[in-house]
Ligand binder design. Structure first.
Ligand code: NAD
Length: 262
């Protein structure tokens, strides 16, 4: 049987990001480290963005390791800044293939005490900024005839816990927004999906709190917290040709957390 029967399905071709340009927000953070490693390993050109100047150091580390990586600082809730970052990416690299809305914040406050300023801050950062990046990226990608929008969600896209009203509302809406993207971008070659981590050890998470740490490990069928590197396979699937027929989907990478109850 000829090797041609399956050679176009070779994983090194299907999952390759060689020649692809990835713009990733929240790129100084913990989850972003796992995503950036996966994209760099697949050969992508990385544009790492964050409001924290630590992102420059992160990009320097990736360059030292042989990746094609640059960095930029802006606030993802600033409409003009998002548009500028997308335009600069295209000016510099000629294209934008993958836009990842990963920047996020959380406010832990009981509903009865939740200030409208905190509600708005979370909705702005976790939902409205996702819209801003997707819109700007899609304007480029539709013209290109191809592209991948990846919005980073959470298990909180589907379930809730006390004290997370604003976060759960924003993240749940990110799944709905992503379905709307798939509908509006139908027939353009651009897909949009949510990559939704479970409890993952980063500065953002509460892995340092012993009781909570044990609760998550006991509940999760994997019997451990996630690591940013656990997201690599799913990130490459959604970013590459391998994921061409996955659209409007929320992919949970949670060690089975959402599958079980007690
Ligand atoms: N760590 C977890 O357990 C977990 C679980 C599920 C989902 N997530 C999601 O993963 C994403 C990343 O989280 P993380 O755990 O890496 O957190 P992190 O705090 O380590 O990283 C978040 C990054 O976003 C940046 N950021 C925040 N607001 C910004 C703004 N307005 N403009 C630009 N940059 C901004 C921060 O500077 C930071 O570098 C978030 O969307 C979060 O909701 C995390």
């Amino acid at each position: 049987m000829s090797q041609h029967l399956f050679e176009d399905q070779a994983p090194e071709r299907l999952f390759s990001l060689r020649g692809r340009v990835v713009l990733l927000t929240g790129a100084a953070g913990g989850i972003a480290l796992g995503l950036s490693k996966a994209f760099a390993a697949a050969g992508a050109t990385l544009v790492l963005a964050d409001c924290n100047v630590a992102v420059h150091e992160r990009a320097a580390q990736f360059r030292e390791a042989g990746a094609d990586a640059s960095s930029t600082t802006f606030d993802v809730t600033d409409e003009a800044a998002v548009a500028r970052a997308v335009a600069e990416t295209v000016e510099r690299h000629g294209r934008l293939d993958v836009a990842v809305a990963n920047a996020g914040i959380i406010v832990r406050q009981h509903l009865l005490e939740l200030a409208v300023e905190d509600w708005k801050r979370v909705i702005d950062t976790d939902l409205t900024a996702t819209f801003l990046l997707a819109r700007e990226a899609a304007r480029v990608m539709v013209k290109q005839g191809s592209g991948r929008i990846i919005n980073v969600g959470s298990i909180m896209n589907q379930v809730s816990r006390p004290l997370l009203t604003a976060y759960v509302s924003a993240k749940g809406a990110v799944s709905a927004f992503t379905r709307a993207l798939a509908a509006d971008l139908g027939g353009t070659g651009v897909t949009a999906n949510v990559l939704a981590p479970g409890y993952t050890e980063t500065p953002f998470s509460q892995a340092g709190l012993t009781a909570f740490r044990d609760f998550v490990s006991d509940w999760t069928p994997a019997r451990r917290w996630g690591k940013p590197e656990d997201l690599a396979g799913a990130a490459l699937l959604l970013a590459s040709d391998a994921g061409a027929y996955i659209n409007g989907h929320t992919l949970y990478v949670d060690g089975g957390f959402l599958a079980v109850t007690k």
